[in-house]
Design a protein around this ligand. Structure first.
Ligand code: NAD
Length: 257
């Protein structure tokens, strides 16, 4: 699969899944735009490293996905956007009656609304280019729920709904829109939680992973960012041209339970 000549924008891609998807798309030949809300030397260095190791063009553009104007200007600054990966996301865990209003608003803005703004600007560019792929990183929590994750579950269900609408609105064009629904992925964010979970439950770190974190993941293994990158590349392939409007689970069997 060669994505040579294609340009990809991946929101929230200075770590974790977004960065893994950016590497996979660049290795497949796409030029990539990395993004987050920070503007640090190390953010730009990630893009330089990808360019150096893959030969793809890579840039880092700072834009805060909680702000509609910045979501839209990210795509405008990118200039081309054949592949749009809406990945930026945050989480907060609290009972709904105690859920901080500002945190609710931030989760809905970053995890769901940002995809509306980036997609709205990207689709005319895809039409102009005559080809496009929209990949929304949802979650197993876009299809199922867990207590205390009201904002996250709401946003991820909404993102899957938006994916279906965009697929229908672009159905007669060579543009597809799909959601990827990962189960638990071993990103730096999740890795950092393991010692705390072990401590809280008075168990070893291995037990914390198997008995608490992966309790709903039948394979008892984390999904990897490389596997998700491979799925994103597949969604960009010709074989996936008729794959649109769907939510593809990569969750170690979570949603089969
Ligand atoms: P992560 O924290 O490593 O990545 C989140 C990314 O979003 C980071 O690059 C961060 O800088 C960026 N981001 C946060 N706020 C932003 C903002 N206001 N503007 C721009 N960028 C912002 O976490 P991750 O696990 O890689 O998560 C990436 C996506 O995958 C999220 O949408 C998350 O909901 C989803 N997801 C993760 C898992 C998992 O187990 N890790 C499972 C299912 C879905």
């Amino acid at each position: 699969m060669s994505l040579e000549g294609k340009s990809a924008v991946i929101t929230g891609s200075n770590s974790g899944i977004g960065l893994g998807v950016a590497w996979a798309l660049a290795r497949a030949g796409a030029d990539v735009v990395l993004n987050s809300f920070t503007d640090r030397v190390e953010d730009h260095a990630l893009a330089e490293q990808i360019a150096k190791e893959t030969g793809a063009k890579a840039r880092y553009i700072q834009a805060d996905m909680s702000r509609p104007g910045e979501c839209r200007s990210l795509i405008e600054q990118a200039g081309a956007c054949d592949v749009l990966v809406n990945n930026a996301g945050i989480q907060h865990v609290a009972a709904i009656e105690e859920f901080p209003v500002e945190t609710w608003d931030s989760i809905i803005a970053i995890n769901m609304n940002s995809a509306f703004h980036t997609t709205a600007v990207a689709i005319p560019l895809m039409r102009e280019a005559g080809w496009g792929r929209i990949i929304n990183i949802a979650s197993a929590h876009g299809l199922t729920a867990s207590p205390y994750k009201s904002a996250y579950v709401t946003a991820k269900h909404g993102l899957i709904g938006m994916t279906k609408v965009v697929a229908l609105e672009t159905a007669r064009e060579p543009i597809t829109a799909n959601a990827i629904c990962p189960g638990y992925v071993l990103t730096p964010l999740v890795e950092a939680q393991i010692p705390d979970v072990a401590k809280e439950h008075g168990i070893s770190e291995d037990e914390a992973v198997a008995q608490v974190m992966l309790v709903r993941q039948p394979t008892k293994e984390f999904v990897t960012v490389e596997q998700l990158g491979g799925l994103a590349v597949f969604l960009c392939s010709d074989a996936a041209a008729q794959l649109t409007g769907t939510a593809v689970s990569m969750d170690g069997g979570w949603t089969a339970l």
